[in-house]
Design a protein. Structure first.
Lengths: 815, 111
């Protein structure tokens, strides 16, 4: 029998969630939908046009009775849920009890009603639902009716404009110094005010409302400064707050909103919440885009799939006919920010773009918002706009086509112009390949046309051609030299190492024209990694080009001592291992013993000369280096999974151990941390790891590209694997692709952002042949990588590292 | 008066690497460059005390392992924008043996 899903609230968020749910798993739940309004889901955002008389209610219905019937939704519209009984797992509405297996709270928000005298008088309305709209329209139909709107934000102004359009006299009272201060800067706020006043709406800023006057119904509003505005209708649009009363009564964790996890689950694992009533990571949401994202996540959670809500930047547009206004991002002034402003007073145009380090942080457009999405796109992508800075403010068409643009010269070249002299490739050939094969990167063009694949001197031209052909779809990474020793970037160097079969650091420096004799501390470790990764079994690792931690296989501390972390596969240990660790700690006077975030034990404060002896003791107990210092595989964190946990769906511990046994010793561009969680509750925190696995009933969801350091980022889902073997192959192939493409010190999430997850999926998920080849290259490389460096040093390797050359400490005593 | 003492042979120090000698004043780092020149400087970065002997050696320079300050092995001066210096000690290379003048640090202790 299907599980019982009860939903409280029939608004846009729960409506969207149901759509996703019915798409993926239509028969899974027996759905009961409660809505306080006596109607189903409609597009609440479009209430403003309905109030203005531009649309009818019927135009904005999103789910009609047929839809609910087709999906077997038991609709309980017009019934207000008054109680959730979590013990009995049921809800009460109109005294009727309805049991649930899973419950979704989507109660939305409640308008904030100013706590002033007269607030309960008839004629005071919020602007939240169709009933409000109908009540306002009824007042507006009376001749000479007057309205006062309290709140000059998005909602208040839409109401004011609509009521004015219906012929009412309208005053807007606003607490702040200018309208829509959350979305607009003062200049745009001024233009908006001028526009509204031109339409006959009176705007009163810095207005402190003191009381609503009237006996049987509203008659006027009084302000602190003594001003009195007569009114037949008061619209409260001073803000909203999450509607959390039901959840509060039920003892669910509440802060500003109902607190939910990334998976949209409340403090009660059987209860989800989404929409304007929730609080996620300390933030509450009122715009529709993030609510739709929540809906997607909640639907997945309900079907047992792992998903995480990731808030994205949102843009705002005012829906007042005839007013064009657009704002996105952060546009507050600060010392580290610059701005570009364009004002055209007569045309009523104002544009302002706020920049930091040549990247757009925020944009406000008034009067002409055609380029809003273009700016927003640049903002979201974090595109470096240095090249088009001079023309940026004029918008996309200008930045793409004006003669001042650096692309113009390339765009003007005839198709037969030769771009790549080495390989005799002309412009037309490249442009055709870009268009017909859907190429998007320099590497693509090199692979398909050979242009710039030899000496590389035409790389700049090819990039401009990509830009000219693809427009803003092309997102070039500025080529930065590896360091001051060369003009070449990391990718160039790697490509040439392969193409010219360079197999030693001196060979690379000689053939690629290094400007220094011996490189520097930046390029040498990078070159060493590239050579290790590209020529397994052939290249002899150059210890002197490794950072000290990787040279002595321990982590240097601020006082010059080292910390030692033995490997514990999957975070598992034994009494014997712990005993050996305790003995080492006693024997070597280890001052600090700490448990790490990756489920290992860290022995801190060990003298360098003691390291080999410490390792010898740990080796004897069967432990090897935990590589806690490596730009390589660090740890695979696990939860106890189906072995012990009552929620575990698979053997997450076993899989974690298996992965770590398979992958230990591998070098990667930057550190690589993995985790395997046994169920979507995700106790191993796999969704902020470089690579994570979430076990589900149907197999293994493989995630990648998380970060929880300088940057915080949830993973994205790579794919689903049915078996452990398949998961292992995918993870190894993904790691190998990263090993081959990642720039030294570039974490997996940055690599993924640079090359694009689509290209990663194409190689690792879609093309099984490529996946297999990547996997096999990884396996081959592991043949040479899986040597315990501690054991080598216990047996005498690099002995000079750990002993002083001479000791003159007794000199003074001897004299 | 000099007092040159043999501290080991050239091969005891890896190319583009360093070894330490212990003195009453603390450790001195002995470096060997790729072209077999040898230098000695205090094994302590003036910035946060990092052990310079553990750094990456490139040309006649070393990069501190703690915060990447770069020092000239010849002059002891910090390179680039960083300001500071470490003491240098004269070394002699005699028939593949490395000699250091113990007076340079013995004198300092006696004083």
């Amino acid at each position: 029998m299907a599980e019982k899903l009860v939903i409280i609230g029939a608004g846009m968020a729960s409506g969207r969630m149901l759509e996703h749910l019915f798409e993926t798993d239509p028969g899974r739940y027996d759905v009961t939908l409660f809505g306080a309004e006596p109607r189903g889901n409609y597009n609440r955002i479009m209430l403003s046009p309905v109030l203005a008389g531009e649309k009818r209610y019927e135009d904005i219905i999103t789910h009609d009775a047929d839809w609910y019937a087709a999906n077997n939704v038991n609709c309980r519209f017009g019934q207000t849920v008054t109680k959730i009984d979590r013990e009995a797992k049921s809800v009460f509405a109109d005294g009727v009890e309805t049991p649930y297996d899973r419950l979704v709270i989507a109660t939305g928000s409640a308008p904030f009603i100013l706590p002033i005298p007269g607030k309960d008088l008839p004629g005071v309305r919020a602007f939240r639902d169709l009933d409000d709209v109908e009540a306002m329209v009824a007042v507006a139909e009376k001749p000479d009716a007057k309205a006062v709107v309290i709140g000059g934000g998005l909602l208040g102004l839409e109401a004011a404009a609509a009521l004015r359009g219906r012929g009412m006299e309208v005053v807007v009272l606003h607490l702040a110094g200018h309208l829509m201060e959350r979305q607009l800067d003062a200049a745009a706020g001024y233009l908006l005010r001028r526009e509204l006043e031109g339409r006959g709406i009176k705007v009163h800023c810095k207005a402190q409302t003191k009381a609503i006057l009237g006996t049987d119904r509203v008659e006027a509003v009084a302000l602190d400064d003594g001003t009195i505005y007569p009114a037949d209708l008061i619209v409260m649009a001073a803000g909203i707050r999450p509607e959390t009363r039901l959840a509060t009564d039920a003892g669910i964790e509440i802060n500003r909103g109902i607190v939910v996890s990334d998976a949209m689950v409340t403090s009660d694992p059987d209860i989800l919440a989404l929409g304007e009533c929730v609080e996620h990571n300390g933030a509450v949401y009122g715009l529709v885009a993030p609510l739709y994202d929540m809906a997607k996540v909640a639907a997945k959670t309900l079907t047992g799939m792992a998903a995480a809500f990731k808030p994205v930047q949102t843009a705002t547009q005012l829906k007042v006919t005839g007013v064009s206004l657009y704002s996105a991002g952060d546009f507050a002034e600060a010392d580290d920010r610059e701005e570009i402003v364009l004002r055209d007073a007569t045309a009523g145009i104002y544009k302002r773009v706020v920049l930091r380090d040549n990247r757009i942080l925020g944009a406000v457009l008034y009067g002409d918002t055609a380029d809003g999405s273009w700016f927003f796109d640049l903002l979201k992508r974090g595109t470096d706009i240095a090249q088009m800075r001079d023309t940026l403010i004029y918008g996309q068409s200008y930045s793409g086509g004006a003669s001042a643009d650096p692309l113009a010269a390339v765009a003007a070249l005839p198709a037969e112009a030769e771009i790549c002299g080495c390989n005799g490739v002309c412009k037309g050939t490249i442009a055709n390949a870009i268009n017909s094969k859907g190429l998007t990167s320099l590497d693509d063009v090199r692979a398909h046309t050979k242009a710039s694949a030899s000496c590389g001197s035409c790389t700049g031209l090819v990039e401009k051609l990509l830009m000219a052909t693809l427009g803003d779809k092309y997102n070039p990474a500025a080529i930065q030299p590896m360091c001051n020793c060369t003009e070449l970037g990391h990718d160039e160097v790697r490509r040439l190492i392969v193409a010219q079969e360079l197999k030693s650091i001196p060979a690379v420096m000689q053939e690629l024209g290094w400007k220094t004799s011996c490189g520097c501390a930046k390029c040498r470790p990078a070159l060493n990694y590239y050579l290790v990764a590209n020529w397994p079994g052939e290249y002899e690792d150059d210890g002197q080009s490794r950072f000290i931690n990787e040279r002595v296989h321990a982590n240097i501390q601020k006082d010059g001592t080292y910390s030692v972390v033995p490997r514990m596969f999957g975070g598992l240990t034994t009494a014997n291992e712990l005993r050996a660790i305790a003995d080492v700690a006693d024997k070597f006077d280890v001052p600090t013993i700490k448990v790490t975030g990756g489920q290992r034990i860290d022995l801190l404060g060990i003298k360098k000369e003691d390291l080999p002896a410490v390792w010898a003791d740990l080796n004897k107990a069967g432990m090897m280096s935990g590589a806690a210092y490596a730009k390589g595989l660090r740890t695979v964190k696990t939860c106890v999974g189906s072995d012990w946990c009552r929620f575990g769906t698979q053997d997450s511990t076993g899989l974690g151990v298996r992965i770590e046994k398979f992958m230990w010793g591998s070098w990667t561009p930057a550190k690589l941390k993995l985790a395997v969680s046994g169920c979507p509750r995700n106790c191993a925190e796999a969704t902020c790891k470089d690579i994570g696995v979430i076990c589900v009933d149907s197999g293994y969801e493989i995630h990648f590209g998380g970060a929880a350091g300088l940057d915080i980022k949830g993973t994205e889902v790579l794919c689903h694997a049915k078996t452990e073997d398949e998961a292992m192959e995918i993870i190894a192939a993904l790691t190998q692709l990263y090993r081959e493409q990642g720039r030294y010190l570039e974490r997996i999430y940055k690599w993924a952002k640079r090359v694009g997850s689509d290209s990663i999926k194409a190689n690792v998920v879609e093309d099984l042949g490529k996946r297999r080849q990547l996997f096999e290259r990884f396996v081959y490389s592991q043949k040479f990588a899986q040597v315990d460096p501690w054991e080598e040093r216990v047996n005498g390797r690099d002995a000079h590292e750990f002993a002083a050359m001479a000791d003159f400490q007794m000199l003074q005593a001897a004299e | 008066m000099n007092d040159w003492v043999d501290i080991g042979c050239l091969e005891d120090v890896p190319r583009r690497g360093a070894r330490c000698i212990k003195t009453p004043l603390g450790k001195i780092a002995v470096f060997r460059t790729a072209d077999d020149r040898v230098f000695a400087i205090d094994d302590q970065c003036p910035h946060k005390g990092g052990p310079l002997s553990q750094g990456i050696v490139h040309g006649a320079q070393v990069t501190c392992p703690l915060h990447n300050w770069v020092f000239s092995l010849e002059s002891g001066n910090a390179q680039g924008a960083d300001e500071g210096a470490v003491r240098t000690y004269p070394l002699r290379l005699h028939q593949n043996r490395i000699l250091i003048d113990v007076q340079t640090f013995a004198a300092a202790t006696a004083a």
